[in-house]
Design a protein around this ligand. Structure first.
Ligand code: NAD
Length: 316
């Protein structure tokens, strides 16, 4: 394990869904943390850590690189989460999506020194449509179907051209965060099952892989703590037992909400045509294992919706 104490981590987009879980976890693990975020959702998700003397918040836009150089210079580790996230939002704002998700990453790499470490989250949706019954590995061809996935594939290429970089191809994340996103599939289906009691799905056999938001934070910590071992590589980060079709996901939700009814529509197309299963063996072999199961996430989501502990917000 590499020394954590006194390392300075800069997290762009740190006030987002993942960042709002990751940043407090970094502080708990003794890192010094600077968050750069433009608060585009007017979120106050990091309010609970404001008082920490190892934490600094900078309201800023990752596209304005000149203003951010002094903060990047101080970093030992950079985790660039800032992005327009999700296919629908990127389709609504295509130019900004390229500028923020891709070009801001290029500019950032241009001002960093080679000694500084980057751990970037990309997306396993870059696999697009996988070969039937065959697991996508890090060697599988990329086939991004949306502008969002294309910008993330490009960002990964940019980051991996430099030394001291890791890319985590994240599965679809689920679970409760202080900056909630209910546009994510598990969070969304569970919300509709809880609120409406029924759901009509398109192309219910389409499969994908999932991971709990707290395990994503744990993966970043694992990456920092074992950086020299993982460096220069791409890793799928997902819950291996959760390569599920939408119908199987509905079934899992129904186990918690028995009156939930779901039907598959014979007409209509899923706007997001991705369909793949993913192997997470490469990161597991480095000693990382998720600790939260899909059922844990569904249970905590239902509890949070019932107690109105989360703000119901979608990216688009
Ligand atoms: N959530 C998932 O399922 C998932 C899966 C794969 C990869 N990722 C990646 O993880 C990262 C975080 O995703 P998330 O789910 O937390 O999304 P999110 O939308 O909650 O977070 C994005 C954050 O970036 C900030 N931001 C947006 N534009 C900015 C700009 N120009 N300057 C500064 N800050 C800006 C937003 O205010 C927000 O806090 C993204 O890079 C995303 O591509 C997420």
């Amino acid at each position: 394990m590499e020394a954590a104490l006194n390392q300075h981590v800069v997290v762009t987009g740190g006030a987002g869904y993942i960042g709002s879980i990751l940043v407090p976890e970094l502080l708990r693990n003794n890192f010094q943390v600077t968050v750069i975020d433009n608060l585009m959702y007017k979120q106050k998700s990091l309010a609970a850590i404001q008082a920490s003397d190892r934490y600094q918040f900078i309201e800023g836009d990752v596209r304005e690189i000149d203003q951010l150089v002094p903060y990047f210079e101080k970093a030992d580790v950079i985790i660039p989460l800032a992005a327009l996230v999700g296919a629908p939002l990127c389709d609504q704002r295509p130019e900004e999506a390229v500028q923020i998700n891709q070009e801001a990453i290029r500019k950032m790499c241009g001002v960093l020194s080679e000694r500084q470490k980057i751990l970037i989250p990309t997306t396993n949706s870059g696999y697009g449509i996988g070969e039937k019954g065959k697991m996508c590995t890090e060697e599988s061809p990329m086939n991004p179907l949306s502008l969002y996935a294309r910008t993330k594939v490009e960002a990964e290429k940019i980051v991996l051209r430099r030394q001291n970089s890791i890319s985590f191809r994240l599965a679809t994340v689920f679970g409760v965060s202080p900056r909630m996103r209910i546009d994510l599939l598990v969070n969304d289906f569970t919300y509709r099952a809880w609120k409406d009691g029924s759901l009509e799905i398109f192309e219910g056999h389409f499969k994908r892989n999932y991971i709990h938001v707290k395990d994503v934070a744990r993966a970043f910590l694992h990456g920092i703590n074992h950086f020299s071992k993982l460096c220069g590589q791409v890793y799928n980060v997902g819950l291996s037992e959760a390569n599920l079709s939408k119908l199987e996901l509905c079934q899992a939700i129904q186990n918690h909400l028995p009156s939930f009814k779901f039907t598959e529509s014979a007409t209509g197309k899923d706007p997001d045509q991705r369909d793949y299963i993913v192997s997470n063996e490469k990161i597991e072999k480095t000693g990382f294992k998720p600790t939260h199961r899909l059922d844990d996430g569904i249970r905590e989501l239902i509890e949070a919706y019932t107690k109105q502990e989360v703000c119901i917000s979608r990216n688009a």
